[in-house]
Ligand binder design. Structure first.
Ligand code: CS2
Ligand code: MG
Length: 402
């Protein structure tokens, strides 16, 4: 079997997505996601200029060998652009292998470890009241795990809060929008939100929260401690993790479970955090961390330390990533939870898929492969539109972590 062609499809059905389609001489094709929010065309160019020419003529069944070739063979290892391109190839090749086997992808990974995949939804509101109401709406939709993010008095645009009635979508303008951040106001406000949520909804639901890298380690330790009475499922990205040791300080001061890793792209980003048991959940996902081949390596390593998975699943990850992640989640023994931000109707139409939501869980489909396709004719009707993630500054003008 040979790869005969591969093409990159850039489309914007509400937001930008980069998709790789790998074709073979047997007529079977595979689909992979290569979307990197705000940097889509960089990955498209990397695929077109450096990766696709190396794929033509290769045996698509040699997934591991192709992964190693693209990773080691580039000499320049890791990084979000490279690793997303490798992920797109890897997921497309797993899709081909599973289609050839006539099996849903999770069967090739080792089969089913669970009946369904617990997901969490994103509730947010401009203030405490509307955020509490939004959590209530998610519970009515059947969710049992909800992430809550609230607007903060005196902070014009807090992380995670949508504007108007739109879905939350941070990449909102061609050039980065600038926002102003105030840590003190946030640290005062966040515990009030979770106090209200527990009073209103009781102890049985799972609540999650994303700090989005905005605190120093000591501030994160303070927040983790102040949230302990509300028993969060996790506190995410409490501080930037380039220095993995920073989590020692947070860990030493709080029992609030910690999640990190949506911007990690290799096992080396996760290694110290996992082996020193500084986190509880690893957020790496197929598109971010080199595909199924590399993510399963991270998950197996994490399992040694009882660290569980919590794959990133924001809307900038396409339905192709969601489909692949659900097969991964169905198999991975140390599964924790899966993030699920719903895509727009246009996005769902461009990417026909067989996964489905029911009672707070997602179910991987049973069709051969990962179960997600792309309607190329429809995709062509949504041309690329430049969109960047915002940049945060402190009130004195200092650039901060968005
Ligand atoms: C977020 C993301 O889903 C999350 O937890 O941190 O929404 C993140 O901001 C985006 O994926 C950035 O592209
Ligand atoms: Mg996050």
């Amino acid at each position: 079997m040979k790869i005969t062609a591969a093409r990159v499809i850039v489309t914007s059905p509400g937001r930008n997505f980069v998709t790789l389609k790998v074709l073979t001489d047997q007529g079977v094709y595979g689909i992979g996601d290569a979307t990197l929010n705000g940097r889509e065309l960089a990955v498209a160019a990397y695929l077109d200029d450096h990766v696709i020419p190396c794929l033509i003529g290769r045996d698509p069944a040699r997934i591991e060998d192709i992964w190693q070739f693209l990773y080691r063979g580039a000499y320049w290892r890791r990084g979000p652009v490279t690793m997303r391109a490798i992920a797109a190839v890897d997921v497309a090749l797993w899709d081909i292998k599973a289609k050839m086997a006539g099996m849903p992808l999770y069967q090739l990974l080792g089969g089913r470890s669970r009946d369904r995949v617990l997901v969490y939804g994103h509730a947010n509101g401009a203030d405490l009241e509307s955020t509490v109401d939004a959590v209530g709406q998610y519970l009515q939709l059947g969710y049992t795990a909800v992430r809550a993010q609230s607007g903060i008095p005196g902070v014009a645009m807090a992380y995670g809060v949508g504007r108007g009635k739109l879905h939350y979508e941070p990449a909102d303008a061609a050039l980065p929008t600038e926002t102003v951040w105030n840590t003190r106001k946030y640290l005062n406000h966040a515990p009030q939100l979770f106090e209200r949520l527990r009073v209103r909804f009781g102890q049985d639901i799972e609540l999650l929260h994303d700090v989005h890298h905005r605190l120093t380690p000591m501030e994160a330790a303070q927040l983790g401690r102040s949230l302990e009475p509300y028993r969060l499922f996790w506190l995410e990205d409490a501080t930037p993790a380039e220095n993995q040791d920073a989590f020692r300080l947070i860990r030493a001061h709080t029992t609030t479970p910690l999640a990190v890793g949506e911007i990690f792209n290799s096992i080396w980003d996760c290694k110290d955090l996992i082996q020193n048991q500084l986190i509880d959940y690893i957020r790496a996902t197929v598109v971010g961390a080199g595909g199924i081949t590399h993510l399963r390596r991270i998950a197996d390593f994490a399992a040694l330390y009882q660290v569980r998975t919590g794959c990133h699943g924001a809307t900038d990850l396409s339905p192709v990533t969601m489909g692949a992640a659900l097969h991964f989640d169905t198999w991975v023994p140390n599964f924790g939870i899966q993030e699920y931000m719903r895509h727009s109707t246009d996005t769902d139409a461009v990417f026909p898929h067989d996964y489905r939501f029911e009672q707070g869980c997602l179910y991987a489909g049973e069709s051969p492969g990962h179960g997600v396709d792309i309607d190329e004719a429809l995709a062509a009707r949504f041309p690329y539109r430049p969109a960047s993630l915002p940049v945060a500054r402190l009130e004195d003008g200092t650039v901060w972590n968005w």
